[in-house]
Design a protein around this ligand. Sequence first.
Ligand SMILES: Cc1ncc(COP(=O)(O)O)c(C=O)c1O
Length: 377
Amino acid sequence: MRWREWAETETRSLHQQGRWRAPRTFDSHGPVGRFDDGKQLISFASNDYLGLSQHPDVIAAAHTALDEFGAGSGSARLIVGARSVHAALETALANWKHTESSVLFPSGFAANLGVLGAFADPNTLICSDELNHASIIDGARLSKAEIQVFRHRDLQHLESLLLTAGSRRTIIVSDTVFSMDGDHADVDRLIEIAREHHSLLIVDEAHSVLGPYPEFHDVAYLRVGTMSKTLGALGGFVAGPRTLTDLIVNRARTYIFTTAATPADTAAALAAVTILQSPPGAELVQRLRRNVDRVRGDHPSPIISHICGSEEAAVTAAAVLLDQGLLVPAIRPPTVAPGTCRLRITLSALHTDTQIDQLLAALRSLPSADPNTAHLQ
Ligand SMILES: Cc1ncc(COP(=O)(O)O)c(C=O)c1O
């Protein structure tokens, strides 16, 4: 079969399964924006949890960096792609995460591919939570280590898998906040287990804007993060003890063989992390906490699943909300397991009370969830 025919067959199959997707243009300032057809919507779909992508200091910092350094960084960090702003951001991220050092990557996805490739090899056992992000799954596969997947947050299962390692080095890798359910890993217990089993613990804190706030003592650990969510910019990083981060610089292929992030993105992230650690940043976090509580009291993160069950139910629910001017994506397989299709609601500190009232009223108008999946809400 020729490639064009193959692509047409695959395309038809995705259409038949109702899984064909295409990006839509949504020009927005904070949660309010317009689709390309002009329809105005309130978005509950962004990971810009604190609205820092719109903060005047963040925007000004990006402008200044453009003027000072130009648009692109021109090469990989180890060639001559590094500007002073890259080093300044690495220091700021290390301070934020209470680590000795940090290393920048062009994205969070690249950070996970890089860190797993740098530390895992065929003589390593990687134990990975079954709901970890795609970048962790791919990083583990690329490393050629043996991968054992433990049941979601089942730490007894994790321990039983670690016992099969024999003389191999072991890595435990977990999201701290899971990107589709918004639930937390028990990071304190993961630290204890890593310590007991002499494992390297790699946590991905991409969505940890409302905690957890773990403390890493007497354990080998690395903290992966992204600038694209809480910090409202673009880029990824790995923070940790210098011996480990220095090795990343020398081993991680997605660090070595890729162009450094743009000065403007880097400066925006630097301004954002500075705001986050100031009193106005603490106020934004409090506002986000209050907004989450209004939708689901005491929920641990700004990611809230409204489980619909079937793919059809989730797509219909998203369409009903869209009619009411609310942009909330339907999430379906392969992103989530069949039968657990959902609306993925993400909240921002910038959502107003009125916008949240609208969301709550719209959710109440939806048919109730399949009773078999009610426990997932
Ligand atoms: C848990 C997790 N890790 C990593 C990433 C990738 O981050 P980035 O968007 O910066 O590539 C994401 C993005 O969705 C994520 O949810």
